[in-house]
Design a protein around this ligand. Structure first.
Ligand code: GAR
Length: 208
């Protein structure tokens, strides 16, 4: 059984999609052990506890950065037995840069979703960046987390068209629909032990 932590900062719709897939049984072998938010008012906290009964913790930054902050997350993870060996940490709209120390500890056990076709448009406001650049296709990416910003090995991507007249909101909504499909799918593949990583290339091992 894989103990799962989901880290959020806000709405938590990707978290909702993952927890729903676990609850319905389409993701097996995963125990949702903890949801952590750096923001006390994150809407996702209510969804996690009331809809799914998953324990939640708030870890406000109070100015702490990097490993000083991340250490507090790591101790909560170990309290819930979400270890680098048996655990999975999903960043789902967690709007903080993860310190290299935390990344190294959970290497290949930490996933992120990003609302662009990486390596295009890493960082903040990816959808706005795509519109302003004038690309005709954007999308979303689930990847393993490495020490860079949105730069780790790519697991799944989905594309969506950028339409004439799109706003940041309309493009974000179109991308989000696809995020809700690929993030649970990536967690499922991880839980089934089907992701093989060589260098930065992830291959999906097909079941016989
Ligand atoms: C999602 O669109 C996610 O891809 C994005 O924040 C949103 C969170 O929504 N993440 C990033 O931009 C990370 N750089 P949610 O809280 O409803 O899942």
């Amino acid at each position: 059984m894989i103990n799962l932590a989901i880290l959020i900062s806000g709405r938590g719709s990707n978290m909702d999609a993952i927890l729903s897939a676990v609850k319905s049984g389409s993701i097996k072998n995963v125990n949702p052990a903890l949801v952590i938010s750096d923001k006390a008012g994150a809407e996702g906290l209510k969804i996690a506890s009331e809809k799914y009964g998953v324990p939640v913790r708030i870890v406000p930054s109070n100015g702490a950065k990097g490993w000083e902050y991340d250490q507090r997350i790591v101790s909560l993870l170990s309290e819930q037995d979400i270890t680098p060996q048996n655990g999975l940490v999903c960043l789902a709209g967690f709007m903080r840069i993860i310190s290299p120390e935390f990344v190294r500890l959970y290497r290949m056990h930490m996933l992120n979703i990003h609302p662009s076709l990486l390596p295009s448009f890493p960082g903040l406001h990816a959808q706005r960046q795509a519109i302003e650049y004038g690309v005709k296709v954007s999308g979303c990416t689930v990847h393993f987390v490495d020490e860079g910003v949105d730069s780790g090995p790519i697991i799944i991507q989905r594309s969506v068209p950028v339409m004439e007249g799109d706003t940041e909101e309309s493009l974000s909504a179109r991308i989000l629909e696809q995020e809700h499909i690929i993030y649970p799918e990536a967690v499922r593949l991880f839980a089934e032990g089907r992701l093989q990583v060589k260098g930065r290339v992830v291959s999906i091992h097909h079941l016989a």
